[in-house]
Design a protein. Structure first.
Length: 332
């Protein structure tokens, strides 16, 4: 595709003035889309997208499902720039075959998600929600909790967010176990990591935080069998992707006391509405700290990811390449 239109459409909320100004300074028109009434980004169909993206060379997007049909409906669209780091909702193979670029905002939300994980670990261990509910009911009994200090913490996957989490955990003098395909020797030495297999991590960790991509191989990696190997005092945190955890099995593990608690920012019901009753049951529990897929939603992280997404879109429109860490595929 030569000379893409110098127009970028943004379908995400909270796209700030600095990122808009950056694109305008590069002589690119910015359109903040108004979505159809009653629809979120994830509800957009092909015709909605065709209407919103007419004449656009770039799309800054979050949760829309981008299929081959979407790419075919938008022949002028040169770049999909995700304001985030996941891309499982984008047909990457179609993008490559049709000559498009798919980019992510690598490095923009590492800190915010890692902070959220630490907050969830402490909140569950110290029984904050349970204590506040009791106080609201007039019961001021002291509930004894558990510390994060010098505990064994398992990290599944060790990309940018996993590394950011390890940095924070070092301040708690935690013993960090990592299950990941590869681990740099520098990281092992810096954080004193132990590289372990999945079963060892399940059996030994007091806290487990999931940071793996969702693939056919990792889907439901936390299932009934996995929960049966965890300590009864263990806490599971999932801020990565719904589907890595079998939420029905997690609910059963919590109900039976098989594990102590969970922190959840992602749910299977996000992609499978039939699982909504399970999500509702999980978030109603006192031993669950829940958030609505908000790990990257801090003012600071949004500012960073907005600017990275804007940069990636502008580079492609100008015939250049986004930063290597941001490129998912480049079909040009």
């Amino acid at each position: 595709m030569s000379n893409p239109p110098r127009k970028v459409v943004v379908t995400q909320k909270f796209f700030d003035d600095a990122a808009i100004g950056y694109l305008q300074d590069r002589n690119i028109e910015v359109v903040i889309a108004t979505l159809p009434p009653g629809k979120g980004e994830g509800d957009l169909d092909v015709e909605d997208i065709r209407t919103l993206l007419a004449g656009a060379g770039g799309w800054i997007v979050g949760h829309a499902r981008i299929t081959r049909e979407v790419f075919q409906a938008l022949p002028d669209l040169a770049v999909i720039s995700r304001r985030g780091v996941g891309y499982e909702k984008v047909d990457v193979q179609a993008a490559k075959e049709l000559g498009r670029v798919v980019a992510i905002a690598a490095g923009g939300n590492d800190a915010s998600v890692a902070d959220q994980v630490i907050g969830m670990m402490i909140s569950i261990g110290r029984r904050f929600q349970e204590a506040q509910r009791a106080m609201n009911a007039g019961k001021w009994n002291i509930l004894v909790g558990t510390e994060l200090y010098r505990r064994k913490v398992g990290i599944v996957g060790f990309g940018r967010i996993g590394r950011s989490l390890a940095k924070r955990l070092s301040g708690f003098e935690a013993e960090i176990l990592v299950c990941a395909p590869r681990l740099a020797q520098e990281d092992v030495e810096t954080f004193g990591l132990r590289h372990v297999d999945f079963e060892t991590l399940l059996k030994e960790a007091d806290y487990i935080s999931v940071h793996a991509p969702l693939t056919p191989e990792t889907r439901h990696m936390f299932n009934a069998g996995a929960f049966s190997m965890m300590k009864s005092s263990a806490v599971l945190i999932n801020t990565a992707r719904g589907g890595l955890v079998d939420d029905s099995a997690l609910l059963a593990a919590l109900e039976s006391g098989q594990i102590l608690g969970a922190g959840l920012d992602v749910y299977e019901s996000e992609s499978d509405p039939s699982k909504q009753p399970v999500t509702d049951a999980l978030i109603a529990r006192q031993d669950v700290i829940a958030a609505p897929h908000a790990g990257a939603s801090t003012y600071e992280a949004l500012a960073r990811t907005n600017m990275i997404a804007a940069l990636c879109a502008a580079e492609v429109i100008d015939g250049k390449s986004p930063p290597a860490a941001c490129i998912v595929t480049d079909g040009r």
